[in-house]
Design a protein around this ligand. Structure first.
Ligand code: ADP
Ligand code: ADP
Length: 231
């Protein structure tokens, strides 16, 4: 699904080049649940943003679903993002002025899905995540965990192939974190490829592969990516 070859990301400022990512090589297959770990400032968010077309690499090759991303027009990239990728943020990034229902519906408006279909799709999400009773509430009337459930519903309402999550449980208590990870696990079992960033070993344990990052480079991968098989 994803192939990165020799990806660099750098910032040029006053004749000085600062590398954020350097020589990243990575393959992610469809159906994987990958966790990226590493200290603050390692470049994890930057890598995730590149994977999600929210940022461009400075050099190297990124292929998504067999297509070289640098060949895609901005319009095509935006279409790809909308139709294939869901993004979950640490701080939820819900729109405060919109209700739970309206937040979840938002991506469908961008995709110009018809009214009757939108209604059915949002209803399905509310039902699936057990938040029907919350549909008319605003984000500030919800707990962090509930806000993140809404964030996940919004991210997957378009049935993305790839779900990217930048510290999705970073602001949550452990019970809420586990609820979000159980949702991720369920989505992954349904075939959604997941790439998450986390600082938590426990959250990483929900995935099947750990990639470590430091100072903009990938360091060693977990030698036993699939614990059941390794034993
Ligand atoms: P971002 O990816 O948004 O830049 P950071 O990686 O800087 O975020 O940190 C996200 C959160 O994780 C912050 O609240 C920070 O305090 C915390 N954090 C950063 N590094 C570690 C670490 N090594 N172990 C545990 N928590 C950390
Ligand atoms: P992480 O998510 O692992 O905490 P980030 O990807 O957020 O790391 O950032 C990696 C490094 O790149 C940090 O030192 C950060 O300050 C720097 N950085 C990220 N984006 C920019 C930018 N647009 N301009 C300059 N420096 C940046």
């Amino acid at each position: 699904m994803i192939t990165l070859r020799n990806i660099d990301k750098y910032i040029d400022k006053r004749f000085q080049r600062t590398f954020i990512l350097r020589g990243i090589d990575l393959d992610i297959e469809e159906g994987e649940f990958v966790t990226i770990m590493g200290p603050s400032g390692a470049g994890k968010s930057t890598l995730l943003n590149i994977l999600g077309f929210l940022d461009d690499a400075s050099a190297g090759e990124y292929s998504f679903l067999g297509e070289p991303v640098h060949n895609l027009s901005e319009k095509k990239k935006s279409d790809y993002h909308k139709s294939h990728i869901g993004f979950v943020f640490q701080a939820y990034h819900l729109i405060d002025e919109l209700t739970v229902y309206e937040n979840i519906e938002m991506p469908l408006l961008y995709r110009k899905v018809k009214g009757s279909q939108r209604k059915a799709m949002v209803a399905e999400m509310l039902d699936r995540f057990n938040i029907v009773a919350k549909k008319d509430l605003f984000p500030n009337q919800l707990s962090g965990g509930q806000q993140q459930v809404v964030g996940v519903a919004r991210a997957i309402i378009g049935s993305p192939k790839l779900l990217l999550a930048d510290e999705p449980t970073g602001n949550l208590h452990s019970g809420q974190s586990e609820e979000i990870m159980e949702i991720f696990k369920m989505l992954n079992e349904e075939g959604v490829t997941i790439v998450q960033v986390t600082h938590s070993e426990k959250m990483a344990g929900y995935g099947n592969r750990i990639i470590n990052m430091k100072d903009g480079v990938l360091t060693e991968e977990d030698p036993y990516p699939d614990k059941e098989e390794a034993i």
